[in-house]
Ligand binder design. Sequence first.
Ligand SMILES: [Zn+2]
Ligand SMILES: [Zn+2]
Length: 180
Amino acid sequence: MRCPYCQHTDSRVLESRSTEAGQSIRRRRECLQCKHRFTTYERIEFVPVTVIKRDDRRESFDSSKLLRGIIHACEKTGIPQVRLEALVDEIEAELQQRSVREVTSNEIGELVLHHLQGLSEVAYVRFASVYRQFQGIRDFVETLDRLKSHTSEIDAECVDKSSSSQAIEEEASASLMTQS
Ligand SMILES: [Zn+2]
Ligand SMILES: [Zn+2]
């Protein structure tokens, strides 16, 4: 980093502070030649990510759209919206850090599932039922069985709702996959 006063290339860092809620780092520097002080900011580069949908159409990743889809799929699961917002932020940060700038909607769905798993079993099942577009009731029952094998706390009412209410699933699915 060149000194803005004398163009010397070496400086020492006097102080580093995280700003913008951890989105950037502010550094106070002192030029080793002229001793002038100046400030630099370091932030993560933001690069647009392209989503490849199931029908091969491409669109740029839209975090608010993903959030809407997740909120819809997680209705009545008791997860506060702030948790879902944090989840979307985390997924976006993960996508930003990849070397590949394209991601399939399936990969995003699996990322969401991965994160929901630790948050709520019910939300996990509901989201899986929408995202993986279960081929039939057998897939759904298998997923339930897998979950039941390591938890006994599945809210039967919610699970029943998500299996029977095809309309809700289709609507949620539409908002995840095809909304534009
Ligand atoms: Zn200088
Ligand atoms: Zn993660």
